[in-house]
Design a protein around this ligand. Structure first.
Ligand code: NAP
Ligand code: F7E
Length: 332
């Protein structure tokens, strides 16, 4: 019998890479998808092109804000591993939609944990926690660093994080949180800053965009490659004992530097194109996030391999190729 995994957020950046990884490992993969009036399967549809893997992939309608759908799906699928990646994941948007973000990202995690507990399933649970929970606490940030969330998104994720710890301690569940620092890829959502930049570079190079409007370019982030981070998630669920881990590169880079690297790769001078727009600033900013991934390295043997410059290059190359192929905004 193949192992059975249930992934919420399977249509997202990480969900799609994780589904590919688990299918390659021989898992049967079940994914939660929400009904949308327009196409939202661009990242996972290609999996069906591989007939063998496609046969082991199953998609189910549901929503993190709808507890009944989660209870029914857990009972029906009876997974060995659950990866809770679904979230309203945009920090800026969470200021516009704090209540929804709390429901989907915070309470949604409880809905799922309770569904597992009620089903008396002996399954392992992964929670997608985030470096945003450190917020205003200065770097370097590790598993024992104090949390100081600076957005409705971060506060909702912190609630889910502590509830995951609580279910582990109260009910003896194998429930862990991966505290992941920013990770990007050609499949990154187009309104996150790295992808916004690399997509703009491709469009400017092709002569179909004139300017790139950005907010605070002094912010420092620790950017890694998403494809490598999903391997770390899987390793967390294979450990003998449940524990929480930071995944990061350990290197901080400003948004300004990421802009420079991306434009440089296309032989463009960013000063000619980038303009400041206050609309992209946040009511409270997180100035600097730089992770200390020592625990994951020592205990899981996990290490980020792709550096930020290489990441910027591969994202620019992918956006240039996508534009040339006429795929426009389709993540590949
Ligand atoms: P993403 O690309 O924004 O994907 C989010 C996923 O959640 C999508 O599949 C989305 O579905 C789904 N979703 C959103 N609201 C939902 C709801 N109410 N019910 C069911 N599904 C819902 O995010 P990502 O970058 O892959 O990140 C994966 C997870 O890790 C998220 O929880 C994020 O908060 C967390 N995280 C990300 C990073 C990072 O740097 N990428 C770092 C730390 C933590 P649709 O396709 O229908 O929108
Ligand atoms: O912003 C600044 C912005 O939206 C990065 C999510 O995956 O990672 C992500 O959250 C920085 C911030 O990511 C623009 O102010 C400047 O300082 O790409 P971002 P994020 O907020 O770090 C964490 C770990 C998650 O968990 C989240 O789910 O860039 N910035 N100008 C801009 N940001 C955006 N989006 N757009 C701009 O125009």
């Amino acid at each position: 019998m193949p192992k059975r995994a249930f992934i919420t957020g399977i249509t997202g950046q990480d969900g799609s890479y994780l589904a590919e990884l688990l299918l390659a490992k021989g898992y049967e993969v079940h994914g939660l998808v929400r009904r949308s009036s327009s196409f939202n399967r661009g990242r996972i549809d290609p999996i069906y092109l591989n007939a063998e893997a496609g046969e082991r992939l199953f998609l189910h309608y549901g929503d993190m804000t709808d507890g009944v759908s989660l209870v029914n799906l857990i009972l029906e699928i009876r997974p060995d591993e659950v990866y809770n990646l679904a979230a309203q994941s945009h920090v800026r948007v969470s200021f516009e939609m704090p209540e929804y973000t709390a429901s989907a990202d915070g309470i949604g995690t409880i809905r799922l944990l309770e569904a597992i507990r009620a089903a008396k399933l002996d399954c392992r649970f992964y929670q997608a926690s985030t470096s945003e929970m450190f917020g205003a606490t200065p770097p370097p940030q590790a598993e024992d660093t104090i949390f100081y969330p600076r957005s409705p998104y971060a506060a909702a994720k912190l609630y889910a994080h502590w509830m995951t710890v609580n279910y582990r301690e109260a009910y003896d569940m194998y429930a862990v949180s991966g505290i992941l620092f920013n990770h990007e890829s050609p499949r990154r959502g187009e309104t996150f800053v790295t992808r916004k930049i690399t997509k703009a570079v491709a469009a400017i190079k092709a002569g179909v965009q004139d300017v790139l409007m950005l907010g605070n370019i002094d912010a420092v982030r620790d950017w890694g490659y998403a494809k490598e981070y999903v391997e770390g998630m899987w390793r967390m669920l294979q450990a003998d004992e449940p524990s929480d881990y930071v995944l990061a590169t350990g290197v901080g880079t400003t948004v300004r530097e990421f802009v420079e690297m991306s434009f440089e790769h296309a032989d463009l001078d960013w000063h000619d194109y980038v303009m400041f727009d206050q609309r992209y600033e946040r009511p409270t900013e997180v100035d600097a996030l730089i992770g200390d991934p020592s625990k994951a390295r020592d205990q899981l043997g996990w290490k980020a391999e792709t550096g930020v410059r290489e990441l910027a290059r591969l994202m620019v190359d992918a956006d240039v190729a996508a534009l040339a192929e006429g795929f426009g905004t389709q993540p590949r």
